[in-house]
Design a binder for this molecule. Sequence first.
Ligand code: HEM
Length: 208
Amino acid sequence: MVMPNTNLDDSQSPLLDQNGIQPTEQSLQIPTLTGPTKINMSFIFSLVASSGVFLFAGTVWYIVFDAEYEFFIWHPTLMALVLLSITQGVLVLQTAVRKEEREKGLLWHKIIQTVVFLSVIGGFTIIYTHKSSTNKEHFTSPHGKFGVFTFVYLLFQTVGGSILANFPGLVGGAAKARGLYKYHRISGYVLVSLVYLTALGGTQTDWA
Ligand code: HEM
C-alpha cells in the first residue's frame, strides 16, 4: 500500500512513499517525463490530479474561445495554463524516486515552472492593462485581491526556487541550499492551493 511520506526533513523524497513499487521487467511500463513507471497508487494519484486540472483548464479554454473575442480572454487562457502547468511541475517531482529520475524530474520542474512564471506574468499584465485601458478600478473583487497576492507569492516562490537550484552560492553553498529545499517544497504546496482557490474565484467573477 502507498503511504503518504510524512518525513518533511527529507527534502529529496517524493510525497508518496514508493517502496516496493518500482517497475520490474515483467510489469507494464508506462512512459512518463521522468522515465517508465507501472500502474501503482502513485501513478493513479498523479493521473487523478492531472485529469482534474485538465478538466478545469479545458473547460476554461472551451468557454473563452467559444465567446466573442476580446483582449480579456487571454487572462483566463493563460491563468488556466498556469494552473495546469504548476500541477504538472509538482507531479514530475512526486513520481521521481531513483537518482536519475530525480535529476530528470528537477530539470522538468525547472522547465515547467519557467512556463508558469512567464504565463502568470502574461496573465497578470493582460488583465491589468485591459482594466486600465477600460478605466476600471484595480483589485476590487475578492478574486482580484486574492489574485494579486497569489501572483506576487508565485514570483517570490519561483525566484527563491531558482536561487536554490541555480545559484546556491547566494545562500551559502549547495549543502545549505539543499537544506532549504523543504521550505521551498512546503511553501510550494501552499502556493498551489492558492492558485487553485484564486482560479476557482475567477470563475465566480464578472468578466472585466
Ligand atoms: C483560470 C482561472 C481564472 C479566471 C477564469 C479568471 C478570471 C478573472 C476575471 C473575470 C477578472 C476580472 C474581474 C476582476 O477584476 O476581479 C480577473 C481579474 C484578476 N485576476 Fe483572474 N482569473 C483566473 C485566474 C487567475 C489567477 C490564477 C490569478 C493570479 C495568479 C489571477 C489574478 C487576477 C488579478 C490580480 C485580477 C485583477 C486585476 C486588476 O484588478 O487589475 N487570476 N480574473
